[in-house]
Design a protein around this ligand. Structure first.
Ligand code: SAM
Length: 268
């Protein structure tokens, strides 16, 4: 049996793919870029000559050391750290503006990284990320499609996603077992526009999507909500009683959340 590489280390060996990833960031001459997991620098080497500043966050000590030796500190700062501990807000404050993020991600921590970036949304402008193809399919899926679910909604709540391109295993060394897809994520959270309270809405989404085969009404009942309250909220939000969460847009889910959480009347 082949072993999964240490720390999700599948290094890009396709220079055209590196160039497309770097180009997907657009004009970066005035930007500070955070690269997640630079490895041997397949993407980094294209960013350093173009960006105002690059911060490369690498957990592997020997990779961090060799990258640091290649560039002067004023163009590239190598931070030897777990990206899940990286302080995006402090880096944005130091850069004097929002950051762009890029990375051929270590796949073993894809979800935690996406959540970390969502949490850091106020410090971020754009992310260009390579993930396992199946994850990209979910992150960019539209309502009613096979891949649409809780991950699609939670990521897209923080901004629109677009599939960019897919690479076969042979584009990497060692080749992973899966295809990989690069997607773009513009960080532009929708909470204010949809008048949502983030923590409450995300809890509601977890309940609504808890069991894929069940109707949303059944999932909400299982989470302890009253049947009559659910039925009337569905009607108010113009959602059929048998609807499954997987068929609903963020706007419809927001309408349902509002119907379930009417604003409390001001005291008289
Ligand atoms: N960017 C390089 C490339 O495309 O060739 C390397 C990509 S490789 C898929 C993932 C990189 O993330 C590796 O260099 C690995 O050491 C690094 N890494 C793994 N876990 C990490 C973590 N928790 N924080 C930061 N970097 C990590």
């Amino acid at each position: 049996m082949t072993q999964a590489p240490k720390l999700g280390q599948n290094f890009l060996r396709d220079p055209q793919a590196s160039a497309r990833i770097a180009a997907s960031l657009g004009d970066i001459s005035q930007s500070t870029i955070v690269e997640i997991g630079p490895g041997y620098g397949a993407i980094t080497e294209l960013l350093v000559p173009r960006a105002r500043k690059v911060i490369a966050v690498e957990l592997d000590h020997s990779l961090a050391l060799s990258l640091r030796a290649r560039y002067s500190e004023d163009r590239l700062t190598v931070v030897e750290q777990d990206v899940l501990q990286f302080d995006f807000a402090a880096a944005a404050a130091e850069a004097g503006g929002k950051l762009s993020v890029v990375g051929n991600l270590p796949y073993y921590i894809t979800s935690p990284i996406l959540h970390r970036l969502a949490d850091a949304h106020a410090s971020l402008h754009l992310a260009i990320l390579m993930v396992q193809r199946e994850v990209a399919d979910r992150v960019t899926a539209e309502p009613g499609t096979r891949d649409y679910g809780l991950l699609s909604v939670t990521v897209q709540l923080y901004g629109p996603t677009t599939d960019l391109f897919t690479l076969p295993p042979e584009a990497f060394s060692p080749p992973p077992k899966v295809h990989s897809t690069v997607f773009r994520w513009r960080l532009a959270p929708r909470f204010a526009e949809l008048a949502l309270e983030p923590a409450s809405f995300i809890t509601f989404l977890r309940q609504a999507f808890s069991q894929k085969r069940k109707t949303m009404a059944n999932n909400l009942r299982a989470a302890g909500l009253d049947s009559a309250r659910i039925a009337s909220a569905l009607e108010q939000a113009a959602i059929p009683p048998q609807a499954r969460a997987e068929s609903l847009s963020i706007e419809s889910l927001a309408a349902l959340w509002h119907a379930l959480n009417p604003p409390t009347a001001p005291p008289v």
